[in-house]
Write a protein that binds this ligand. Structure first.
Ligand SMILES: Nc1ncnc2c1ncn2[C@@H]1O[C@H](COP(=O)(O)OP(=O)(O)OP(=O)(O)O)[C@@H](O)[C@H]1O
Ligand SMILES: [Mg+2]
Length: 402
């Protein structure tokens, strides 16, 4: 592979179902973290109105897949849309292109005719080749980037925790997934996922609070009161949590709901949620059992949490208890509830981005990326991106071993 003309660093982007994280390789934090949403038909709006719609949307919620907002001066509400729904990129219209445009020009303030930098894109486990190829083409043709690389978000989160071997439980806003990884390779035959995550936790709470509150208000309550205590059916969680709304009103949240909203992730059947592989604990045990026997003890000892929803109180302990019943031998969940690895703790929501920042600063990044030259040499065939990723993975692994 030829190296990039611009050797100054790469852009790292993780577009999630609720928010987009974007910034420069080698940095500790994304420069921008904002709702992954665009107003549809935005070109028809005056820029002031488009901005206003975005501001309202930003304040409203980062989770709901589609919604509409009232913009002053418009008789009809403006529709807003996420380009990523339940972890899947929707390329049926130009929402993703608009979001990338917004990311580069507004959030990162780097608009020019040609971006001329390589871009590392974090992709959800199970992203199909057609989506990857279409995004590759978009990045080269529309944004004129100098290189493109895709990396699995779970593998990146594992890198962020300082590992190349382990099993990642990623629970974001729209999707939960379990991905075992061996020396930097995800093991696709044992990847399991469920369309139930943070946005469903918020919706559950919203339905069970006796107050008319916006999604955003309930989300803030969730961050404060939700806990992953096990539901034991004996009403132990019945203590109420007090919560003060921004207007000063105090409301009481029944403890049963504060834990049931999280319990549904672990016991989806009991809540009428379709989940072929069971809840998060079952998914972990099943996924690890599908891997090579020799690898299993390593996986048990390196269960790495990532995604914003794993920040819920008691989440790590609950995962440990759930898995303990299903596997033999010692188990270690990272971050551990006892704070053995506190460093990774607060980074969980941006774990994939941080891993991307690390990967894109390795010397081998050039080898696993497709440069503009490679793309053009192949007659602008975006499918080159699959071959390149396969070739480069061994190389990444070697670097991380050292
Ligand atoms: N402290 C917290 N406690 C509980 N939930 C939290 C906390 N912080 C963030 N969340 C939740 O995490 C979710 C967002 O996480 P994340 O940014 O990892 O998702 P995403 O990448 O946008 O979505 P996905 O990966 O599912 O496509 C939201 O549902 C948010 O409410
Ligand atoms: Mg995510």
């Amino acid at each position: 592979m030829s190296s990039f003309e611009n050797g100054e660093g790469a852009l790292v982007i993780d577009v999630g179902s609720s928010s987009c994280k974007a910034g420069w390789s080698g940095e500790d934090m994304p420069r921008a973290h904002f709702p992954s949403v665009m107003s549809t038909g935005e070109h028809a709006l005056e820029s002031k109105e488009a901005r206003q719609a975005k501001e309202i949307r930003r304040a409203e919620s980062m989770e709901e897949p589609t919604t509409s907002v009232n913009v002053s001066g418009k008789s009809a509400p403006v529709s807003l849309k996420h380009p990523v729904v339940r972890g899947k990129v929707d390329l049926s219209d130009d929402t993703m292109e608009k979001l990338l445009e917004h990311t580069f020009s507004v959030e990162l303030d780097m608009y020019s005719e040609s971006l001329a930098v390589p871009v590392l894109v974090s992709e959800a486990p199970g992203t199909d080749k057609a989506t990857r190829a279409r995004l590759t083409q978009m990045l080269f043709e529309q944004f004129k980037v100098s290189g493109v690389c895709f990396a699995n978000s779970a593998v990146l989160s594992l890198f962020a925790s300082g590992r190349t071997r382990g099993v990642v439980l990623e629970v974001g806003a729209g999707v939960s997934s379990v991905v075992p990884v061996f020396e930097g390779y995800s093991l696709p035959h044992a990847v399991l996922s469920m369309d139930c995550a943070g946005q469903d936790v918020t919706s559950f709470l919203k339905q069970n609070i006796n107050h008319e509150l916006s999604h955003q208000a309930v989300q803030a309550i969730k961050h404060k009161v939700a806990n992953a205590n096990k539901m034991d059916g004996k009403g132990k969680q019945s203590e109420k949590s007090e919560y003060e709304l921004p207007d000063g009103t105090t409301i009481n949240i029944d403890g049963v709901y504060a834990s049931a909203c999280v319990d549904q992730l672990f016991n989806p059947d009991e809540y009428g949620i379709e989940a072929v592989d069971g809840g998060l604990g079952d998914m972990l045990a099943k996924s690890m059992s599908m891997c090579d026997k020799d690898l299993q003890p390593d996986l048990h000892r390196n269960i790495v949490l990532s995604g914003g929803t794993t920040m819920i109180k008691g989440f790590s302990e609950r995962v440990k208890n759930e898995v303990r019943g299903g596997v033999d031998g010692p188990i270690n969940v990272v971050p551990d509830s006892t704070g053995i690895e506190p460093g990774y703790n607060s980074q969980r929501q941006i774990g994939a981005w941080i891993g991307g920042s690390i990967l894109a600063s390795l010397d081998t990044f050039n080898k696993i990326s497709v440069s503009k030259q490679d793309y053009e040499d192949e007659g602008s065939n975006a499918n080159i991106v699959h071959r390149s990723a396969a070739k480069g993975r061994d190389q990444v692994t070697e670097d991380n071993r050292g």
